[in-house]
Design a protein around this ligand. Structure first.
Ligand SMILES: *[C@@H]1O[C@H](CO)[C@@H](O)[C@H](O)[C@H]1NC(C)=O
Ligand SMILES: *[C@@H]1O[C@H](CO)[C@@H](O)[C@H](O)[C@H]1NC(C)=O
Ligand SMILES: *[C@@H]1O[C@H](CO)[C@@H](O)[C@H](O)[C@H]1NC(C)=O
Length: 252
């Protein structure tokens, strides 16, 4: 009986470790972690920006408050981060105070909107996202999730240290056109704000008014082809917060 159990455990151990040993991780002599943008032989794209000190206005946000080098039993870090930094999501309370007071925080965002079929489109590079630009994209009715790739990606704005207010985003009429003429509920964009700087508040208000549209900002859309994917975005469950860092991936 005992022997059988041992053999069974061994078989189970083998079943579970074989695929791991078979993976492309470098488990070899060199202790060097693998950092990837693409997983599963080109099937899964990480469209989240890495949080790196200095990038996209992050500054220092991570401190090793206890370290093994200084005699602690473990390494233990402290994180201090603006909730709207890097790849992140906005909750309706971000720019509408009565929604904030009523508790529409990131914990209330609909995971069904944040996960499902999505369209990645290229926006014409010579303009902000106006009503005219929205119309020209011909996004069919029934499409609920759209990631808008703009010149922000070409200009690598998310990799710059300084905030750049010349980024491309939605003008108020573009946001209004989207609300009135499409079924889009998830709006993804490749810089820190879905709203163009000149219409920062008005465009956000148009999007947040109904509390049905979720804005995911600061996406990393480099090196992914335009087209249809399955998007998966998961914010942290920060009670009382109008924003959260978010991990987003696209699956082919
Ligand atoms: C622990 O902290 C030290 C710095 O004291 C660092 O060199 C080392 O990489 C850390 N180890 C881990 C596992 O993060
Ligand atoms: C270790 O302690 C020294 C002296 O207090 C300090 O200067 C250093 O920053 C600490 N290093 C880490 C990794 O905590
Ligand atoms: C988009 O709008 C911003 C101001 O919000 C402006 O600085 C930028 O030049 C505009 N970009 C284009 C391509 O028109």
């Amino acid at each position: 009986m005992a022997t059988n159990t041992t053999i069974n455990s061994l078989i189970l151990l083998l079943i579970f470790t074989l695929p791991i040993l078979n993976c492309s991780c470098s488990l070899s002599d060199e202790l060097k972690p693998l950092r990837r943008e693409v997983y599963g032989n080109g099937r899964i794209f990480d469209i989240t920006h890495r949080y790196t000190a200095g990038a996209a206005g992050l500054g220092d946000f991570l401190w090793l408050v206890q370290s093994m080098k200084n005699g602690s039993l473990y390494n233990f870090s402290l994180l201090q981060l603006e909730v709207h930094s890097g790849t992140h999501v906005d909750a309706p309370g971000h720019m509408i105070d009565r929604y904030f007071d009523a508790g529409f925080d990131v914990d209330t965002l609909d995971l069904e909107v944040l996960n499902g079929p999505a369209l990645l489109v290229d926006v014409p590079r010579d303009n902000n996202i106006t009503a005219e630009v929205m119309e020209s994209l011909h996004i069919p009715k029934g499409v609920n999730r759209v990631l808008f790739r703009t010149s922000n990606t070409d200009r690598k704005l998310m990799f710059k240290e300084e905030f750049d207010s010349s980024y491309v985003g939605f003008m108020r009429d573009g946001a209004r056109w989207l609300v009135e003429n499409t079924d889009i509920k998830l709006v993804g964009i490749d810089y820190l704000s879905a709203a163009a700087f000149d219409d920062l508040v008005p465009s956000h208000l148009v999007f947040h008014e109904s509390r049905e549209i979720i804005l995911v900002e600061g996406l990393k859309l480099d090196d992914v082809s335009a087209g249809i994917y399955s998007v998966h975005c998961l914010p942290l469950r920060l009670s009382g917060s109008e924003g959260s860092p978010i991990r987003c991936i696209l699956i082919k």
